[in-house]
Design a protein around this ligand. Sequence first.
Ligand SMILES: *Cc1c(COP(=O)(O)O)cnc(C)c1O
Length: 237
Amino acid sequence: MPDDLPARLASVRARIDAAAGRAGRNAGEICLIAVAKTRSVGEVRAMAAAGVSDIGENYLQEALEKQAALADLKLTWHFIGALQGNKTRAVAEHFDWVHSVDRLRILRRLAEQRPEGRPPLNVCLQVNVDGESSKAGLVPTAVAEVVEAARSWPNIALRGLMALPAPRSDPASQRDPFRRLAALARELEGRFGVTLDVLSMGMSDDLEAAVAEGATHLRVGTALFGPRPAKNGPYSQ
Ligand SMILES: *Cc1c(COP(=O)(O)O)cnc(C)c1O
């Protein structure tokens, strides 16, 4: 219901402010990405009117349709879904950020396919922090190799790490995977002399834990737009 949207947004912003306050952080430095998979053009337009200009999408075709219908707005588009080789060209051409890079081969294609004259494509490497066999993402020990290979490639800007941990209900254990992701970023910075200052972590149910551990980009769907229609399933990966 678009009518409820301003109230839901205010509530999410209040949660971020409170979590940032507890962590001694400035909430203004935390980017809220509205995850719009399965949401209509009208819902995204309402979100933009309410003041959210960063939009996350999982499904390429759906995203391209919405981008075309919303071309009059100044939005920043984040691709956060599973990324196969046959989708990299469209992603490199139509998005500002990709959070879900989990293979060197995919990153190479994005670098080659980013159109000249556009700003570099902002990239986060997705890390399988929980080592779940069912989940996408680089295992933590494989991330270094990708950072080393890609740190000087043109047309992409390697910005940081992303995680989509297994759900945990209690707030203390929610922090564990986020803390490990942050530590991995610091370790890679030290080892390769790169800057990885983006931590894309935290969703509707665990954003407080993510903010406490240093999240710079929160990817929030349900808490902003309301429950997703069940037929599409909760996640694409
Ligand atoms: C759907 C999705 C989200 C948002 O999840 P919510 O629980 O609805 O906030 C965040 N990140 C990714 C990668 C997703 O697929």
